[in-house]
Design a binder for this molecule. Structure first.
Ligand SMILES: [Fe+2]
Length: 327
């Protein structure tokens, strides 16, 4: 039994026009006609990937994770029930709204709504991006990743790792806790920031073409929406920038993420800071010794040590061979 991908995300927001401009005009998603006042967007052949709910709150409304077999829904419901988690099932109307065959839902220990779904609907018409991008990297890697603020990692870690079988990819503890989890070959489909806060930190969508990230960067700069400058992460090798969403949390626009083999991956602690270079946190104040300053120092230190990602090659066999070579 397995949860195999991040299938979709729901956002609680009443900034529908701003979200439409953002999701379609910057991210390149396709707006579709949703039921009621909510707005829905596609990223590929799946009928729905992002839902903006037309409710106040400006935060995450729900995360939808796909299971590979229908029987997994019952199995997870039983396991969660056994540890005292209230599980909701048999909600046909909700499954219809989510455009999935079936689902169960429950809340994590911090009250974030998690939906496990089976058989997402595939659209009959082709994906038409909101701006001329080549497309998103989804398929078996899922929608991208979602990152939550957490107050108590000692409560949240067992929930996702032990009850939902999320695989720990790696974690860093400096300058604050960052915990990354995989569900498939994507280095992380889910992560938690040990900021001591509640709420949604960001979600990430990955593009097939670096130029689509670059062109998005130009658009975001022209609208003064850049939160983190272009940079490259040390753990998933994603080249990305972060934009301010209309709801205040960030959306990471990425390219070139690493694909891991979950069967052989070993969880480990990382010490290199989040980025090889870039990712300057423009949204934070410039203070000596402040968080922005410390994050920049970690990237400068990575540069001093000549840290970099391995070259990107398209052939998995060649990639494996290169990785086995010493040095
Ligand atoms: Fe991210």
């Amino acid at each position: 039994m397995a949860i195999c991908a991040l299938a979709y995300l729901g956002i609680r927001s009443d900034q529908l026009e701003d979200w439409t401009t953002f999701a379609s005009g910057l991210l390149g998603m396709q707006k579709i006609d949703g039921a009621g006042k909510s707005r829905s967007f596609r990223m590929d052949d799946q009928a729905q990937r992002l839902v903006v709910s037309d409710e106040p709150g400006e935060t995450l409304a729900f995360m939808g994770f796909e299971v590979s077999d229908h029987a997994d829904l019952e199995a997870y419901a039983a396991r969660l029930d056994a540890v005292g988690v209230k599980v909701h099932n048999n909600d046909k109307a909700l499954a219809d709204r989510r455009l999935v065959g079936d689902l169960i839902w429950f809340e994590d220990p911090m009250g974030n709504r998690v939906e496990l779904i089976h058989a997402p609907m595939i659209a009959s018409d082709p994906f038409v991006p909101g701006r001329p991008i080549q497309g998103f990297r989804t398929g078996p890697l899922g929608m991208g990743h979602a990152v939550l603020h957490v107050q108590d990692i000692d409560v949240m870690m067992p929930f996702y790792r032990d009850h939902l079988d999320f695989g720990v990819s790696d974690y860093g503890l400096t300058p604050y806790g960052l915990y990354f989890f995989h569900l498939n070959g994507r280095h992380h489909s889910f992560a938690m920031v040990g900021s001591g806060q509640r709420g949604f930190h960001h979600f990430m969508v990955e593009y097939q073409n670096l130029d689509d990230v670059g062109q998005g960067y130009d658009i975001a700069q022209s609208r003064d929406e850049v939160a983190y400058t272009l940079g490259r992460h040390t753990n998933d090798w994603m080249t990305s920038f972060y934009a301010h969403s209309p709801s205040g949390f960030f959306v990471e626009n990425g390219w070139g993420g690493r694909v891991i083999d979950p069967a052989t991956w070993e969880p480990h602690e990382t010490f290199d800071g989040p980025s090889f270079w870039g990712h300057e946190r423009l949204y934070l104040p410039q203070e000596e010794g402040g968080l922005r300053d410390r994050m920049r120092s970690m990237a400068m230190d990575a540069a001093k040590r000549g840290l970099r990602a391995p070259p990107v090659v398209e052939c998995p066999w060649l990639y494996g061979e290169l990785a086995r070579q010493p040095g």
